[in-house]
Write a protein that binds this ligand. Sequence first.
Ligand code: NAD
Length: 484
Amino acid sequence: MPYATQLDRMLIGGELKHSSDGAFDESINPATEEVIGRVPRATAADADAAVRAADASWPAWAELTPLARGRMLRDFGQALRARSDEILRVEVADTGNTITPMRGDVGMAVDSLDYYAGLTHELKGETIPATHENLHLTVREPYGVVVRIAPFNHPLMFAVARTAAALAAGNSVIVKPPETSPLSAMILAEVARETLPAGVFNVVTGDGRTAGDALVRHPLVKRIAFIGSPITGRAIQRAAADAGVKHVTLELGGKNPLIAFPDTDPDAVADAAVRGMNFAWQGQSCGSTSRLLLHEDIHDRVLALVADKVKAIRLGDPQDPSTGMGPVNSRMQYEKVLSYFDAARADGARLVTGGGRPAGADFERGFWVQPTVYAGVEPGMRIWQEEVFGPILSVGRWKAFEEAVEMANSTEYGLTGAVWSNNINDALRMVRRIRSGHTWVNGCSAHYLGVPFGGMKNSGVGREEGIEEMLSYTELKTINIVLR
Ligand code: NAD
């Protein structure tokens, strides 16, 4: 296969660059294991150069009127949209995610730019009636340099949608794309260079432990926003604390429950359970409802329907619009998923469908696993407790309301939760009891523009996607005007 893209330069201070020592990392198509492109392996010196460029550029960016800054963000979005076909082709080749739903990713990125572009006048302070004779007020100021570290599952979308708020607030940003799906960032670098002032948007590729760590520890970086695994999130918190006093927000993993009451339509629940798993990107989604908690009255019926639907998912070439599931993202992810098949077997879970590598000539190369369902999964089992970040659905059974609450809350995670019931009292009582930051009643999976998203417990700290995210990229300054 030819390279998915010939572009191989990151963006530092408005210049497209290779790394200072000329090293590259190759990127692999997970469907074929062929090399499809390369990106610079940034050094700590490159990270430093990006931070300095961002630091030099943000005062002028922050001094633009809110309207002018918003306009530039909209232009950035339109320029990305103009290259959406190219981005989509590269992103699908590089991630393994299937093409049809991935069409939405550039759209989500552009929508987010538009949303925050329209919110820039909300960067307001307040007046506080602390004394009658004086005037007390607050103003919001940007942090200056914001580092955004992104995961492999939706690299372009996260790099843009989750920097829009920081840019709108008047910060300059540095994006660190993931190691295993970095290629779309090479297109992003070009687009940002053409549409935003030099230094306002920087892209630094390479290894998390070198380039990422150098960005996190840099003394000019006070604000860090991370999406990724809990283990890396905690390492970043530690590194940041070692280097200085920093504001770190974390969007981490999930082991999210979908709880179905006996009065719900089994077919609708089964649909939601399969949709909530995000098999179109191999279950590699932080919000995947990977634990299905079925009331015993509907357990067998829903499980049979889920099994039929999962068996019908067609694995294959992610670039084919009719494909339902592609390969997992990397060899590491592949081996991780296989290890959970072993754990499920050892713990005594009942395999309903899947549970291995698919057979056939199409799957001889590449990181293929079957969409998989286990039943009889209990809170003591690893596939109940741990985030697989792969296409494994664990099904458990409950009888009493309190038992369902306990099961739902029995992991270290608290990202999303879905409750299915036709009784509003049951649904809302359950929603109030589950320790999840983002919940749905009779829904699953969807994010809605402007609606906050984020996790409780070890799923994270902070909220993204709403106005709160934009305000989180500002610091309050208090002004007391002493009247004489
Ligand atoms: P990861 O933690 O392995 O890597 C994420 C990013 O961190 C990469 O860009 C990597 O280069 C960088 N990194 C690694 N070590 C670093 C270090 N020491 N310092 C600085 N940066 C470092 O995560 P992943 O495997 O790419 O993504 C999967 C995880 O992301 C899952 O746990 C998933 O649940 C989570 N996720 C969460 C959300 C959310 O919104 N909550 C969304 C998507 C994915």
